[in-house]
Write a protein that binds this ligand. Structure first.
Ligand code: AHM
Ligand code: MG
Length: 333
């Protein structure tokens, strides 16, 4: 069987006029960084990379050693290629400028270097999420303001899943494509063309320990699912919660489902739990490109006008008909 690698896939995308040479380079560099992160994640205790780093990030959360390592790998890999105007990371407070001795390009790269940090020490899947925007900066020094574009402006988005196998899942606005890392060859192989999310599902994902803090529309929706055959939905639903968004979203891209980290009383002051620019927007673009939907409950995630880099939002995404039902329950409140 002919094996298509990520490199070949990207060259063909460029030839078809879907991506520029710089965007191709950008994605190649992210993929290279992801391979390095994958090596570190999989070595675990052998490389002494588990546990706390002893520092807090901008959100005031304790950083794991692997959060710091993954962040460094992504920043360093992307600094010198000449394709970026600047970067922003969930782990870094300010915009990361390209060092003055390197050339600059026209793109902004945003990432959550290691998502699902609470799963690192227990050897459960974690991931990397990234988003690409065009830089509107005239001069060469993009500001936070230049990053504050709604998610519909993304030119590419993707994630890496460090699971039993390492995968890279990508969209450049023409469907969603999955690649599996061949560890012996060191290359990503195109294994999952045009991934789609079925419009209906019998599976939901939510941290049910927060049930008493949810808003009424989400309480209503989940309670109806839990009533199964005897309830208003007339059928049984199954539940899954990995607590790594990448793994939960990947399952939904593979067999459907709805993922929710909704607004609740615990995270209301912050605006939600998940980050708009590093988690919600890239995942929303991927899910929409796969035929699903992504909403805050009140509006389409990709239409949210960001007000700050580290903004948080409620997230409800996955199979179209279920996401629309949750949004409808919000409107009825
Ligand atoms: P992180 O970026 O600090 O790892 O947090 C994001 C993660 C998501 O991957 C996951 O969906 C969620 O937090 C799990 O939260 P909880 O522990 O409340 O279930
Ligand atoms: Mg995260």
């Amino acid at each position: 069987m002919r094996r298509v690698t990520l490199t070949q896939f990207l060259i063909e995308q460029q030839r078809a006029g879907r991506i520029s040479a710089d965007l191709r380079l950008l994605i190649e560099v992210v993929a290279r960084a992801v391979k390095a992160i994958s090596v570190n994640v999989s070595k675990g205790a052998l490389a002494g990379v588990l546990g706390e780093a002893g520092t807090d990030n901008v959100q005031g959360e304790a950083q794991k050693k692997l959060d710091v390592i993954a962040n460094e790998i992504l920043l360093q890999a992307n600094e010198w290629g000449g394709h970026l105007a600047a970067m922003a990371s969930e782990e870094v407070e300010e915009v990361h400028q390209i060092p003055f001795d390197y050339p600059k390009g026209g793109y902004l790269l945003l990432f959550d270097p290691l998502d699902g940090s609470s799963n690192i020490d227990v050897n459960i899947s974690v991931g990397t999420i990234f988003s690409v925007l065009r830089s509107p900066a005239e001069d060469n020094e993009p500001t936070e303001q230049n990053f504050l574009q709604p998610g519909r402006e993304q030119v590419a988005a993707g994630y890496a899943l460090y699971g039993p196998s390492t995968m890279l899942v990508l969209t450049v606005g023409k469907g969603v494509h999955g690649f599996t890392l061949d560890r012996e060859m060191g290359s990503f192989v195109y294994t999952h063309p045009y991934m789609t999310v079925p419009v209906d599902t019998g599976e939901f994902a939510i941290n049910a320990s927060n049930a008493r803090f949810w808003e009424p529309p989400v309480q209503r929706y989940v309670s109806e699912l839990q009533q199964g055959k005897e309830g208003p939905r007339g059928r049984d639903f199954n539940m899954r919660w990995v607590a790594s968004m990448v793994a939960d979203v990947h399952r939904i891209l593979t067999r459907g489902g709805i993922f929710m980290y909704p607004m609740d009383e615990k995270c209301r002051a912050k605006g939600g739990k998940l980050r708009l620019m590093y988690e919600a927007n890239p995942m929303a673009m991927i899910i929409e490109q796969a035929g699903g939907a992504a909403s805050t409950g009140r509006e389409r995630i990709l239409d949210v006008q960001p007000e700050k880099l580290h903004q948080r939002v409620p997230v409800i995404l996955g199979s179209l008909n279920e996401v629309e039902r949750v949004a409808a329950y919000h409107r009825e409140e």
